[in-house]
Design a protein around this ligand. Structure first.
Ligand SMILES: [Zn+2]
Length: 308
């Protein structure tokens, strides 16, 4: 199993059934169908008070949400797992939901980034899809092609249609390349000014239109560090639902180790050996350097390089 947070979504998306309105309507009231609630882009979570157990997404049947579902902003069909269907429902327009003790019980609306480390891998995978879809539906509400007509939601939350100019809009994913430059037995980590003190991470940047992953990695490395990448090796990806990014993890061998940092983007960078990184992992870095936590793909890339 992939250990990367947000990468283990157990749902079969059954995308071919999303536009089948009769089928979608027929499963809504099925006793096996469950709903997860979002309020202001935060999912409703049953927090664990026992540290040995995971917190969990709180799920509801149609009957439990009956009086709210018709008033919901919208529903998104997420998919099926073991024959059971799952929907995300946005109830941001129903402020009283937070005062409804039958719904809330001990649960809380918690932002995905802060709760993810306390959830099972499968729960984070479901939230990667659900949170991105909720954010996309909230962001793309009016037609950007003609003069701002309100879009109609189609395909169980996966398509929007402008009934004026007939343009269709589909969920977007913003790709980001994230990479470790490698020279001989060392890798480069950099720090942005906005990072917490002494935290260093992989270099990263948005893929641009008309650009390959390889070209984006080479460009970002050169812009940020002045280094010249000789080759680019794709490793793995991580959905990052803030709001709908895809992190594309790569390694790149570089021609030499002479840095020319773009101080606007990278205020400092360090070449680190596997031994240096081992010291960082056990909290014994001489410079008190630390790296992002395990949920970050940068962390997983560093571990991957250390063990290969
Ligand atoms: Zn339009």
């Amino acid at each position: 199993m992939n250990k990367t947070v947000f990468a283990n979504n157990p749902l079969n998306r059954t995308a071919n059934l999303r536009n089948n309105i009769e089928w979608i309507n027929s499963i809504k009231r099925d006793s096996n169908t469950k709903y997860l609630i979002f309020y202001n882009e935060k999912p409703l979570i049953n927090p664990s008070i026992d540290h040995s157990k995971n917190s969990e997404i709180k799920l509801f049947s149609f009957e439990q949400l009956d009086k709210f579902i018709d008033r919901a902003n919208y529903l998104v069909f997420l998919g099926q797992n073991g024959g059971k269907s799952l929907f995300a429902v946005d109830l941001s327009n129903i402020e009283k939901i937070k005062e409804n003790t039958e719904i809330m019980e001990e649960a809380k609306f918690i932002d995905v980034r802060s709760i993810a480390p306390n959830l099972s891998s499968e729960n984070t995978g479901i939230l990667a899809q659900a949170k991105s879809m909720i954010s996309w539906n909230n962001t793309y509400t009016f037609c950007s092609k003609c003069s701002g007509v309100k879009l109609e939601i189609k395909d169980a939350g996966y398509k929007k249609l402008c009934n004026s100019c007939k343009t269709e809009f589909f969920p977007r994913v913003d790709p980001v390349v994230i990479m470790l430059p490698i020279y001989k037995d060392k890798c480069l980590l950099g720090r942005q000014k906005i990072f917490p003190p002494r935290m260093y991470s992989a270099l990263a940047g948005f893929l641009e239109p008309g650009e390959t992953i390889e070209d984006a990695v080479k460009r970002e490395i050169n812009e940020e560090s002045g280094l010249t990448a000789l080759d680019v090796e794709y490793k793995f990806t991580q959905p990052w639902p803030f709001p709908f990014q895809l992190m594309i993890g790569c390694l790149a061998n570089v021609k030499d180790d002479v840095l020319n940092l773009d101080q606007d983007e990278i205020e400092d960078a360090v070449w680190l050996s596997r031994e240096d990184l081992n010291r960082i992992f056990v909290g014994k870095s001489p410079q008190r350097i630390w790296i992002p936590p395990a949920m970050a793909i940068a962390h997983q890339l560093i571990i991957h390089w250390m063990h290969n």
